[in-house]
Design a protein around this ligand. Structure first.
Ligand code: C2E
Ligand code: CA
Ligand code: CA
Length: 968
């Protein structure tokens, strides 16, 4: 099956040519080629993958002897083979054998790699000597030169190991009429070099070979990716494999993924044999011991087979298999890429630039960047002279330029300042309303557009609408200079449409990002800045504060807001918060900011306060703006607020301190009977004094505090468990979604001897203030681990999530407690999830990040709780090492109510996917919310709909929801 005249490996002919050139220069090489009179060209002889005839080899030896005038030069050629770059993989294989003795034992099997005309046998082999019998096959005339070459090659082997070359006694030669050549070799174990190891490391044959191999592999990737059609790429893969594995013939057979037809490439195989051979190879048939075949397989698919084929009377060297496999794997990956390229090309004739465009668009996260990327690529992709992206402004009814390219400064200025009005350009409106790409030329443009085109020296332009779900976002245009417009614009239109689709998706994503960015700094309910933006503003104000200027913070907490919620319901509570926000905005002076911190807490930041009295003046105005009753759902509702005021004068103010002081002032106001403000006197850098009223207010809680201190020792703390449910799309239409219990969140309760079971909000703040919270949390960790150990499970172990306060996170005992809890309860670390809430305190201490990392190294997962409220921001999400975020229930609650909440939730999921973190949606109360969350890509849910917190572990069987129509 192997075509004739495939008797000498290209490695040998290449070696002869290289050797002659090294010794005699280019002229000698030319001379060699003339004298040898072989049919092959110089390039063919230098090609490692190309095999030639025995005659060619002998002629080359004879010519070399004549040209160099050195009858022993073939011996030299063999001896310097390593230095001249004998095949890389072979040197590695040889060296891996460990000693000259081992190599000599393997040598007979390596011969077919270089020649198919002779057979070598090892007659005997000792520790430092070996005897070989080397016989030319019948029908060939023995050559003394060939014999010398073989001797050189054999003698050089010890050099691979840094030893002196072997000595050779050759008394019986076929050329003298002997039956075969007998080679007797003797070598020593003594290094010929004092620093053998160092030399081997520095430039030994192994390293040379490794470098060569690496070069080949590296160039392969680059070449393959640069390849333009599948055929070229397949041919290159075959050639590459052939140069990596020396064999007389190679065959690559893969199935075309689209048509299923075999694609075959080969070297050294007769055409008539190809189809059968390829068919058998693809069918996975064993072709016999002379064929070394490996799969061309990537993670995506099995492409086919790659085989190195030796003459049928020989055995394929098994030690070539790893090399061939490595190559096939490498090729498969490249093939994947090429196939992906190919199919996209076939589908829409998009060019490589289009792929690059897509790649660059992925990294663009705002509309301006998207527009800039698109205009930069358009001329290349479409083949036009200039381009632009314009945004549709629906209220103004015109298109405004976001970015342009291919224009000089004057033209760009003109483009930037000219709006294309819809009412003046019916031809454009026509293109846009049909939602199709179109061409507008200078000849058929309306007067205003024509004047503009002439001004810009343009023949016309192609325009593609940028649509997202039928919403017009804008247009992309590709324009041609006068005289440059192609007669057939079909191809340009197709390409522009392709770009338009990418651009529209990218713009839509950018808008989502904008929303996410905005929402991460604003409160979804009231639209006010959230805690993050507020603290950032305060930080800046304090940093800017100089000399005697002051910065004030007003902390407002509605009085008895819980009562509103309980008696009138949450929607009424929400409406009240929105109206409060509006009223507070009315109190602001220019430059002031009001934000919502959480629930019913608002704060005002007043940067330029010349006198503390100004701050108390604003506080009075805040109180007054509550004087008028609110009107909620047709009812008049009287609501008041308590305000804490804190002022910092001079530089060096600290955000946390000022917020704490304002909080203390507010607390004092509440204690004094609400609907008033409490004022902490001015503080400067060193003043440690805090209003005594605030202190007094705190000590009132002492009775509860005493009880709380005893709660742990009296065994009054309990854990409740709320299920976390995983819902996946079912396998088929009829099976419906699959639900399973993923785990549960442990929630703390206090069995108070008189007051009954208390929820965390009734005692956690106090526990935090008196320094008990960390003890509680550590207790919860151990308790939760025990609880989860007893749960039944399916094949996936359930987890238990425990909440950690920042105090617990900073507690030096935490790590050991977690570790012994895991081992005492004998649960897998993955079963324990720790929930943390971001806070400034955490980020101010770099130790926290290290703590979290330590815990993660144990195998424990970290969840970021209450994501989307308070301190949670995208930026911090990137800084904290977390595995999962828990989307706060305020988001879930907003879902049904506002369209922006839906976009936002989708944005959060996209972001989470981008960062590789999981998401749990909290507070799922209705099936509508569940449906919307699932649409956004959510898989993990927690909320009353799926189960309330219970004193026992949740049931393994999912709640009776599976049949609910909204799940389908
Ligand atoms: P969290 O970590 O956000 O826990 C979820 C809270 O939402 C729980 O309130 C839970 O009962 C409630 N919830 C769950 N599903 C729904 C729903 O569908 N609708 C509504 N409206 N609420 C739902 P809980 O048990 O009162 O806990 C309140 C907070 O107390 C927790 O908020 C957590 O921050 C804190 N906490 C609870 N246990 C511990 C603890 O052991 N250590 C610490 N440091 N904090 C804890
Ligand atoms: Ca939690
Ligand atoms: Ca939460």
């Amino acid at each position: 099956m192997v075509t004739g005249e495939r008797e000498t490996s290209g490695v040998t002919t290449q070696l002869i040519l290289t050797y002659v050139r090294e010794r005699g220069g280019e002229a000698a090489l030319q001379d060699l080629l003339v004298r040898a009179e072989v049919p092959e060209t110089r390039d063919e002889l230098l090609d490692e993958t190309r095999w030639t005839s025995y005659t060619t080899r002998i002629r080359l030896f004879e010519a070399a002897v004549a040209v160099l005038d050195d009858p022993r030069c073939p011996y030299e050629m063999g001896a310097v083979a390593l230095r001249l770059g004998l095949h890389h993989s072979l040197v590695l294989v040889l060296r891996a054998l460990g000693s000259p003795r081992q190599v000599y034992r393997q040598l007979p099997r390596s011969v077919p790699k270089f020649s198919t005309t002779s057979t070598m046998e090892l007659v005997e082999c000792g520790g430092s000597s070996a005897v070989f019998r080397y016989r030319l096959h019948d029908g060939y005339r023995h050559s003394r030169l060939d014999c010398l070459y073989a001797q050189g090659l054999m003698c050089v082997i010890p050099e691979i190991f840094g030893l002196p070359s072997a000595e050779m006694v050759h008394e019986e030669c076929e050329s003298d009429g002997a039956d075969a050549c007998i080679y007797r070799l003797r070598w020593t174990h003594r290094s010929r070099l004092p620093f053998r190891r160092r030399r081997v490391v520095a430039d030994g044959p192994e390293l040379l070979a490794l470098r060569g191999l690496l070069r080949t592999l590296q160039s392969t990737t680059a070449e393959l990716v640069g390849g333009h059609d599948l055929d070229t790429v397949l041919r290159r893969i075959t050639e590459r494999a052939a140069s990596a594995v020396v064999a007389p013939a190679h065959l690559l057979a893969v199935l075309d993924p689209e048509t299923g037809t075999p694609q075959i490439h080969s070297i050294g195989i007769a055409d008539e044999d190809l189809p059968t051979l390829a068919g058998r190879l693809l069918a996975g048939e064993d072709l016999g011991p002379h064929v070394v075949a490996v799969e061309v397989r990537s993670a995506r698919r099995l492409h086919g087979q790659l085989a190195a084929i030796y003459p049928s009377n020989q055995q394929g060297p098994e030690n070539e298999r790893p090399m061939l496999t490595a190559y096939a794997g490498h090729a498969a990956a490249a093939l994947d890429l090429v196939l992906a390229l190919e199919s996209s090309r076939r589908g829409e004739s998009r060019s490589a630039s289009l792929l690059e465009l897509a790649h660059r668009l992925r990294a663009a996260s705002d509309a301006q960047t998207v527009a800039e990327v698109v205009v930069a690529m358009l001329p290349q992709v479409v083949g036009c002279d200039s381009s632009s992206v314009r945004a549709w402004n629906p209220s103004a009814g015109h298109l405004e330029t976001l970015a342009s390219s291919g224009l000089d400064e004057r033209e760009r200025a003109l483009v930037q300042t000219t709006f294309i009005r819809a009412d003046e350009t019916p031809e454009l409106v026509d293109v846009l309303t049909r939602h199709e790409t179109g061409i507008i030329t200078v000849d058929d443009a309306t007067p205003s557009l024509r004047a503009w085109l002439i001004e810009l020296d343009l023949d016309g332009f192609a325009v593609a609408p940028l649509l997202a779900d039928q919403t017009m976002l804008g247009v992309a245009t590709a324009a041609w200079r006068t005289g440059q417009m192609p007669t057939n614009t079909e191809e340009a239109l197709v390409r522009l449409r392709g770009v338009g689709e990418y651009a529209a998706t990218a713009l839509q994503n950018a808008r989502l990002w904008d929303t996410v960015r905005h929402q991460s700094l604003h409160d979804a309910l009231t639209g006010l800045p959230n805690r993050v933006l507020l603290t950032r503003t305060l930080e800046r104000a304090l940093a800017d504060a100089t000399g005697d200027g002051g910065v004030a913070v007003l902390y407002c907490d509605l009085d008895q807001f819980k009562h509103v919620n309980d008696s009138s319901g949450h929607p009424a509570g929400d409406e009240l918060l929105r109206q409060v926000a509006a009223r507070l905005l009315g109190v602001l002076r220019p430059g002031d900011m009001v934000g919502r911190l959480s629930g019913d807490e608002f704060a005002l930041v007043l940067p330029g306060v010349p006198d503390p009295l100004v701050a108390t003046g604003v506080a009075e105005r805040v109180l007054r703006c509550f004087a008028e009753p609110f009107r909620i759902e047709g009812q008049r509702m009287r609501v008041t607020t308590s305000v804490g005021v804190a002022v910092h004068v001079g530089s060096g103010g600290r955000v946390d301190q000022l917020l704490r002081d304002a909080d203390a002032g507010m607390y004092a106001a509440k204690q004094r009977g609400r609907n008033q403000f409490g004022f902490l006197p001015c503080r400067d850098d060193d003043a440690g004094s805090v209003d005594t009223a605030a202190f007094r207010a705190r000590t009132d809680a002492s009775e509860l505090e005493q009880e709380l201190r005893r709660a742990l020792s009296r065994n009054e703390l309990r854990l409740f468990f709320q299920p976390v449910v995983e819902i996946n799309d079912g396998a088929g239409e009829t099976t419906g979604p699959e639900m399973r219990l993923a785990g549960a969140e442990a929630l703390l309760r206090w069995e108070h001897p008189r007051l009954g079971t208390l929820a965390p909000e009734a005692f956690l703040t106090l526990a935090e203030e008196v320094g008990l919270i960390s003890d509680f949390d550590l207790w919860a960790v151990a308790e939760a681990c025990y609880a989860v150990a007893g749960w039944p499970s399916d094949e996936k172990l359930p987890h238990v999530a425990v909440n950690l306060s920042s105090a617990a996170l900073l507690d030096p005992r935490l790590y050991d407690v977690v570790r012994s809890a895991l081992s005492d309860a004998d649960i897998a670390p993955e079963q324990l999830h720790l929930e943390v809430v971001e806070s400034r305190a955490l980020l101010d201490v770099p130790v926290v990040v290290e703590r979290l990392n330590e815990l993660r190294r144990l195998g424990v997962s970290i969840s970021l709780d209450d994501f989307g409220t308070g301190y949670s921001t995208l930026a911090w999400l990137q800084r904290l090492p977390v595995d999962r975020i828990k989307v706060d229930r305020t988001f879930t609650a907003e879902l049904g109510r506002s369209a922006s909440a839906q976009a936002l939730v989708r944005g959060i999921f996209a972001l989470a996917a981008e960062l590789g973190v999981g998401v749990v949606a909290e507070g799922v109360e209705t099936t509508e919310q569940l449906t919307e969350l699932r649409r956004a890509g959510c898989r993990l849910f927690q909320g009353y709909l799926l189960g309330r917190p219970e004193p026992r572990m949740p049931a393994l069987a999912p709640p009776p929801l599976a049949g609910h129509p909204s799940l389908h």
